[in-house]
Design a protein around this ligand. Structure first.
Ligand SMILES: C[S@@+](CC[C@H](N)C(=O)[O-])C[C@H]1O[C@@H](n2cnc3c(N)ncnc32)[C@H](O)[C@@H]1O
Length: 246
């Protein structure tokens, strides 16, 4: 695939400022979410698991500590460099674009966590990613997708917010363009002005469901929060699917 240097997600997630702005999305949050998930999934001992995209590895590292064999993959070389400090025999990290082939019949479980779809210019690329993940799963293997609840996000739309983290003030402007939510993120750090963009497809539950049918995935359960409360379309923050490969 041609490398598109205009792809916003190559720049923003590779920058240290992404990690500063989302500092609260930390290891504690990952551990607590995974404790709830693992109690609900019936994974074999020593299962082979994939965390994609893994960011700096907060979920993959915890999964390995639970006795699983884990791989983490992410597009960002900077993220993988940080994660690699934790690599071991049962924990490997790779730079990889999830739009490319991921593997065949390898994993008992794949985790796609914290809003890690919907980035791409073309909607069909999301289905392509789902199909890549399905191909990499063993039959009956689990796919967990954790996305935002587009209905609530749209209803609670806040055009402008600021957030101060470690002395840096992030000015965030939001706009809707068609089915996409675009965030302009501006801040000054080390006497330089920065401007990054987040541009994510607001994927509805119905849209996900039609992709799952096309990708041969069965929906086991749908939750609305990291402690796995029932999904409520108008009030849940998250939209979390537990899926199985048919
Ligand atoms: C919101 S972060 C979530 C990361 C991780 N799941 C977590 O919870 O910390 C999204 C991640 O997707 C990665 N990413 C974006 N596009 C990708 C692609 N095409 N293939 C693989 N990773 C990608 C980014 O580099 C970033 O680390």
């Amino acid at each position: 695939m041609e490398k598109d240097t205009e792809e916003w997600f190559r720049n923003w997630f590779d920058s240290p400022y992404y990690h500063l702005l989302y500092k609260h999305r930390d290891e504690d949050e990952a551990r607590s979410f995974l404790d709830h998930l693992l109690a609900n999934l019936h994974l074999p001992e020593n299962a082979d698991l994939l965390d994609i995209p893994c960011g700096r590895g907060r979920h993959a590292i915890y999964l390995e500590s639970k006795g699983f064999r884990v791989r983490g993959m992410d597009l960002s070389p900077a993220n993988i460099r940080v994660a690699e400090a934790f690599a071991s025999k049962n924990l490997q990290f790779y730079v990889h674009d999830m739009r490319q082939h991921i593997g065949s019949n390898m994993y008992h479980g794949i985790f796609n966590l914290f809003t890690s779809l919907g980035y791409f210019k073309w909607a069909h690329e999301n289905l392509m990613v789902l199909k890549n993940m399905v191909a990499a799963l063993k039959t009956d293997g689990y796919l967990v997708i954790d996305f935002f609840n587009a209905e609530k996000l749209s209803n609670d739309f806040q055009p402008q917010t600021t957030r101060e983290v470690d002395g840096i003030t992030f000015h965030i402007q939001r706009r809707k363009k068609g089915q996409r939510m675009i965030k302009d993120i501006r801040f000054t750090a080390n006497n330089r002005n920065f401007h990054y963009e987040e541009n994510v497809l607001m994927i509805s539950k119905a849209q996900f469901e039609s992709w799952f049918a096309a990708a041969n995935l069965h929906i086991d359960a749908v939750y609305g929060s990291y402690d796995l409360q029932t999904f409520m379309p108008e009030s849940s923050e998250r939209l979390i699917f537990i899926l199985r490969k048919k």
